[in-house]
Design a binder for this molecule. Structure first.
Ligand code: COS
Length: 378
């Protein structure tokens, strides 16, 4: 895959970090259901926590392709760390970068981009998943404050984040056009972290409920224009889908790496199983699909970098890469035989991790709706 010198250098740096520092601890993070803090600190030191934001806000000033590569290489060995990075950048930090006032950017971005603090994004609710516009959380203006009430669900980085961008209904009569976004800081009275959610996969990542009970925030914590929240989060999800595509790509590549290695090591019938045609066909299909997924993820990223429309391509890369990740993990387990079904080999964890990518930041069904809408209106 053609990469610029900067992208290649970043890829090598993240690959080395992931293979040396992260891989040996990925199973432990899965088991303990959290990522050790020093990993996030190291990613901050490498410039990854603000990789695609401008230097003036403390970012590394790199492009979307670099960001996708970072998420891919991290997820190749530990998808829980991959999603922590992806949610921090594309959901927690990006809304402030895209829609925040200069004052909000100066206040929040430097600490988020350095990795000193984490960000989160509260969109999903118990009754508003795919129908994200059906938000039941409300924000009512009272003098120079907004008062929030409601519950957010499945929030990545929920208990770790300093800043949380949340959507709330500000004018119910206007439906989708009555939703707004707000920045809420950790420690604000009336804002609390609810249940930790125990998941099938990406267990090391922090997923919680967020609860707002008469939570008063200053009027200036509104993000962008009042009642523009739905469009804002559609834009955020467009680039968020590249993140999940990159994460899925990384999981698929990681499972393939394991399957390839095992095919060379494992002997049956007096020879390595990689010399059997049935293994070779699996490996060939896996490698071909991963390559196609990589093209889609990098293409969507390049369109974004070029300032072109990429809504259709980000949905395409997300739906394709996530389904490739699941298929690749299943094949990788099959190549490992009985051992692949045990916790002794990472493909068991990777399979559990892969399933999330067909659900989070828009299910496969939602991606197909977005693709079809684009096809019919192009
Ligand atoms: N960029 C900018 N604006 C967009 C947009 C995009 N990608 N997509 C939609 N909009 C705008 C539309 O232009 C429209 O505005 P106007 O009425 O001013 O023209 C408005 O948003 C409503 O668009 P649309 O009619 O397409 O909305 P729908 O209710 O049909 O949206 C889907 C349906 C399914 C696409 C939407 O609800 C969705 O993406 N749901 C999934 C949410 C999700 O991914 N949840 C998981 C979050 S995990 S953080």
């Amino acid at each position: 895959m053609f990469l610029t010198e900067e992208q290649e250098l970043l890829q090598q740096t993240v690959y080395d970090f992931a293979q040396n520092e992260l891989k040996p601890r990925a199973a432990k993070f899965d088991e303990q259901e959290f990522i050790d803090q020093d990993i996030l600190t190291s990613m901050g030191e490498l410039g990854l926590m603000g990789v695609c934001f401008p230097d003036e806000y403390g970012g590394a000033g790199m492009d979307m392709v670099c960001y996708a590569i970072a998420v891919e290489e991290i997820s190749r060995v530990c998808a829980a760390t991959g999603i922590t990075l992806a949610a921090h950048i594309s959901l927690g930090t990006n809304p402030i970068y895209l829609f925040g006032s200069e004052e909000q950017k100066q206040k929040y971005l430097p600490k988020l981009c350095s990795g000193e603090e984490l960000g989160s994004f509260g969109l999903t609710e118990p009754n508003a998943g795919s129908d994200a516009g059906g938000t039941e959380t409300t924000a009512i203006r009272k003098g120079d404050e907004w008062v929030l009430n409601g519950t957010k669900m499945f929030i990545t980085n929920g208990s770790l984040a300093w800043t949380s961008v949340n959507t709330a209904m500000t004018d119910k009569s206007k439906g989708l056009k009555g939703i707004s976004a707000f920045v809420i800081e950790r420690g604000t009275p009336g804002f609390s972290v609810g249940e930790k959610i125990h998941k099938m996969g990406i267990r090391g990542s922090d997923t919680t409920e967020l609860i707002f009970e008469d939570c008063h925030i200053p009027a200036e914590n509104l993000l962008g224009e009042e009642n523009e929240g739905f469009k804002q989060f559609m834009i955020i999800l467009d680039s968020g889908r590249i993140s999940i595509g990159a994460m899925a790509l990384g999981i698929a590549q990681g499972a393939f790496d394991e399957a390839l290695r095992y095919s060379k090591e494992r002997e049956q019938f007096g020879r390595p199983i990689g010399s059997l045609q049935e293994t070779q066909f699996k490996l060939a299909d896996m490698a071909t699909e991963i390559e196609a997924a990589r093209h889609l993820v990098y293409h969507a990223s390049r369109l974004k970098d070029a300032g072109k429309s990429y809504s259709k391509q980000s949905a395409m890369c997300k739906v394709y890469a996530s389904e490739v990740a699941v298929r690749t993990c299943i094949k990788a387990i099959q190549i490992h035989g009985g051992y692949g079904y045990t916790k002794e080999y990472p493909v068991e964890r990777m399979f559990r991790d892969s399933k999330l990518t067909t659900i989070g930041e828009g299910t496969s069904e939602i991606q197909r709706i977005v693709i079809a809408k684009n096809l019919l209106t192009d």
